[in-house]
Design a protein around this ligand. Structure first.
Ligand code: B12
Length: 156
């Protein structure tokens, strides 16, 4: 288990703020928090287009794509996620996460989370503070490790 947990900490994360969104504060805090938790971080910063995120994931061999959106633009961009991801090979295991203010105006997490999951995100954090979000990521990764080892065990 110790080896597995260490492996989580060495994971690579590509992060940034999607679209024409200049809200940089959460992005910087996210980078610092990821770094403090032991992830290797590639921060593309603000004003990042979806294609640039996927290019960076391929280039760095990242395990996690963590997108931030504060002005709500993510909703428009996210509709293209599945289509764009399909153009890149070997991204089936990529963990897709998004957080911030995920709509323009107001909306409830109950409506927003399933919508973004349909767009192809594994973890959706609408107006959730970043440390809670990062705890969710760790829980997701640990669950995946357990499921993978169960599958390997049953295939023996
Ligand atoms: C500062 C600010 C600005 C500054 C940004 C300066 C800069 N370079 O960063 C300026 C004045 C430039 C600005 C401009 C605009 N802003 Co502004 N801005 C804010 C403000 C006041 C604070 C944002 C901030 O930095 N907070 C501090 C950080 C630490 O907190 P946070 O952003 O809430 O992030 C937390 C969580 O959301 C979460 N989180 C964020 N991302 C992620 C990602 C993941 C994966 C996870 C897990 C968690 C997570 O973690 C953070 C810490 O807990 C907010 C209102 C508010 N009080 O929140 C509006 C706000 C974000 N802005 C808003 C808007 C609309 C704009 C403008 C469009 C206004 C305009 N008409 O021009 C422009 C945007 C221009 C653009 N191209 O993006 C809206 C967005 C509304 C929406 N989504 O519907 C807000 C909410 C104000 C409002 N109530 O209307 N803004």
């Amino acid at each position: 288990m110790y080896i597995q947990v260490r492996a989580l900490k060495n994971m690579k994360v590509v992060t940034g703020v999607v679209g024409n969104d200049i809200h940089v504060v959460a992005n910087r805090l996210l980078e610092l928090s990821l770094d403090a938790r032991g992830y290797e971080v590639f921060n593309l910063g603000v004003n990042t287009y979806l294609e640039e995120f996927f290019d960076a994931v391929v280039e760095t061999g990242a395990d996690v794509l963590m997108i931030s959106s504060l002005n709500g633009e993510a909703e428009g961009w996210s509709r293209e996620v599945q289509l764009l991801k399909a153009k890149y090979k070997h991204l089936d295991n990529l963990i897709m996460m998004i957080g911030g203010n995920l709509v323009v105006g107001t909306g409830s997490a109950e409506d927003i989370i399933p919508k973004y999951k349909n767009y192809g995100f594994d973890i959706v954090c609408h107006q959730v503070d970043l440390n809670t979000g990062l705890d969710q990521l760790e829980a997701f990764i640990e669950e995946r490790v357990v499921n993978d080892s169960d599958i390997k065990e049953s295939n023996k």
